[in-house]
Write a protein of this length. Structure first.
Length: 376
């Protein structure tokens, strides 16, 4: 059962008018959700959680929900060609549609953002079943991506009303993924500042770090990026735009094949990247190639780390350091046929930055893949 909530009056603005408790779920619109769910279970170790579809009374789509650590992925496929989900998928392919946040008050979150200029996507709506009630609301952001605010303090179910438990006899072991570290959006030429301003003014985020084309460039390509973060730092959104170079950058390639702005990659955290990457490689996940020469200067650039550098080299894991500590990171190749969406696996050992020291090696690896695709 659903009910639309009416606007309420609120008191004067506070320092953090949009307190976000964390990422609730990330929803992809895909061509075949059942098959995609099998892939994410097999290759990434996600666990079956919940399902909604014809068997649960949902007539327009099927949604399969998977979980690992605090990460929830929702994979959704339409049943009919006249669906908005179909239109989204025809344009973007398998891509992120929803980045959902857990909030204390979904109604207030909606009205606070809309009054600051957000375009409404979903009016505050109460959804009920025998496990209680969830309130959700939503706004549009860059491209066809939307943010959903999820209030579940009065709900004890597995996921959302309309979903039932997904029982499965096929349950590959997890690979150690814990939570969403950050989510990267790729926008068009000259759009980075527009969307950075949106997150600042509409959602109360702060500009954590800015990278220009001198920070992120090679002989051939470049990009610029602003990292936006909310007050408690649980939500971090790097926003990338292409910069002028001799050839087509990764952001321009994404923009071409995604047919517009969208989520370029999801960074998921682990406490043991060596274990996680080793398991992912065994399961067929392909990662960007890192030249062996990259590791010749790691020790002098990064200093002492706990991990065995020879093991990191064998797996292709990158290392960087900031004032707070160091981080380990690696990037998959695109996980679908379009050269668009991919994953980053990251382990933070105190560091709060985003691997600036790895940009050169990362860009060169991406450019090598672009050259193979004939899109550089």
């Amino acid at each position: 059962m659903q009910a639309i909530l009416q606007p309420a009056a609120y008191s004067s603005e506070t320092a953090d008018f949009l307190p976000l408790q964390g990422t609730d779920y990330v929803e992809f619109y895909v061509g075949n959700a059942k098959q995609a769910a099998h892939f994410y279970k097999t290759a990434f170790g996600f666990q079956s959680l919940a399902y909604a579809g014809l068997e649960t009374g949902v007539r327009d789509r099927a949604s399969w929900v998977l979980q690992q650590g605090k990460i929830k992925l929702v994979l959704t496929t339409p049943y009919h060609s006249n669906s908005g989900i179909t239109s989204f998928h025809m344009r973007h392919g398998d891509a992120v549609r929803v980045i959902a946040f857990q909030v204390e008050d979904a109604e207030r979150s909606f009205h606070e953002t809309v009054k600051r200029g957000a375009r409404p996507f979903m009016e505050p709506t109460v959804e009920r079943d025998e496990h209680g009630e969830v309130v959700r609301s939503g706004i549009h952001t860059y491209g066809d991506v939307v943010h959903i605010f999820v209030e579940r303090k009065n709900y004890n179910g597995l996921f959302l009303p309309g979903y039932e438990k997904w029982e499965s006899e096929y349950n590959p072991a997890p690979v150690g993924l814990q939570y969403v570290d950050h989510c990267v959006g790729s926008v068009g030429w000259g759009e980075m500042n527009t969307w950075a301003t949106f997150y600042e003014e509409v959602m109360g985020f702060k500009n954590l770090i800015t990278f220009d084309d001198k920070d992120i460039s090679t002989e051939y390509t470049a990009l610029m990026s602003k990292v936006m973060a909310n007050d408690n730092m649980r939500i971090k959104f790097p926003i990338n735009e292409p910069a002028h170079g001799k050839k087509k950058s990764q952001v321009a390639e994404f923009f071409e094949f995604n047919e517009g702005q969208g989520v370029q990659h999801l960074a998921v955290a682990t406490d043991d990247i060596i274990f996680t990457v080793g398991e992912l490689r065994k399961r067929g996940i392909e990662f960007l190639y890192v030249p062996g020469s990259y590791y010749d200067t790691v020790s002098e650039r990064v200093g002492e780390i706990r991990e065995d550098l020879s093991v990191l080299k064998s797996l292709g894991i990158l290392v960087d350091r900031d004032e707070e500590g160091y981080l380990l990171q690696i990037f998959t190749k695109p996980v679908e046929d379009r050269p668009t969406f991919f994953f980053e696996i990251i382990q933070r050992c105190g560091a709060v930055s985003f691997g600036k020291g790895n940009f050169q090696a990362l860009f060169e690896s991406i450019e090598a893949e672009q050259a193979r695709r004939g899109t550089l």
